[in-house]
Design a binder for this molecule. Structure first.
Ligand code: G16
Ligand code: MG
Length: 220
């Protein structure tokens, strides 16, 4: 039995990738850079600054650091204008029930996200009070696959890393969990997340006892 659950935000609790895509598309258009929905896959779980570097690489362009920071700030303004409109209807299916189930079973709950906007998003979704700790891009120096975000999450919950389970939709996040000594439940397809200890299509219908049982089986 574990005692804590660490959740990634984008792709696990809510689909913010579509808003990141809209915001980066505007920037790409302003700069005359090519950018498709397929390209956006490469930005998932990646920091804002690294995302912009990838965008520039896609168009074979270079830009000095000061200018890059300006574009990142503008992208965030576009992104925020989407986020401010979000409602609870955008919470991914099954998330609320799963968090309630976890609380009833006395698991401690933390967020482990790369986003510097995570608090605002959880507030908009009225999920903030279900979390015992928030660790996000405002507190973390090394991005996933570095385990820092999840190690800080476990620490904030007062638990050892091995007492926590990570829920992640990105390969870098699964890698981060394992590097931190935590099992990882992949949200998505096993073929996209081959390193995950087990995969679920989403949190809808997910059962914590069943997850614990499958993780224990894997350990044996
Ligand atoms: C999320 C998204 C990434 C985004 C990053 C930083 O990570 O998946 O696409 O670039 O946050 O977001 P922001 O610009 O809001 O600081 P995660 O870890 O929640 O999947
Ligand atoms: Mg994610």
């Amino acid at each position: 039995m574990h005692r804590g659950l660490l959740f990634d935000l984008d792709g696990v609790l809510v689909d913010t990738a579509k808003y990141h895509y809209l915001a980066w598309s505007k920037i790409a258009q302003e700069l005359g850079l090519p950018f498709t929905l397929q390209d956006n896959e490469r930005l998932k779980g990646v920091s804002r600054e690294r995302s912009f570097e990838i965008l520039l690489e896609l168009g074979g362009r270079k830009m000095e650091a000061g200018k890059r920071a300006e574009y990142c700030a503008r992208k965030n303004e576009y992104y925020l204008s989407c986020i401010r409109q979000m409602t609870r209807r955008e919470i991914l299916p099954g998330v609320c029930d799963f968090l309630q189930q976890a609380r009833k079973k006395d698991y401690r709950i933390a967020l482990g996200s790369a986003s510097r906007n995570s608090r605002l998003i959880l507030e908009r979704l009225e999920l903030l009070e279900l979390f015992d700790a928030i660790v996000d891009g405002t507190a973390v120096h090394s991005a996933k696959p570095d385990p820092e975000v999840f190690l800080q999450g476990a620490k904030a919950l007062g638990l050892a890393p091995g007492e926590c389970i990570v829920f992640e939709d990105a390969r870098a996040g699964i890698e981060a969990a394992h590097a931190g000594g935590m099992p990882a439940v992949g949200i998505g397809d096993k073929k996209d997340l081959p390193e995950a200890d087990l995969c679920l299509p989403g949190l809808q219908g997910a059962d914590l006892s069943e997850i614990e049982r499958r993780l224990a089986e894997k350990r044996e």
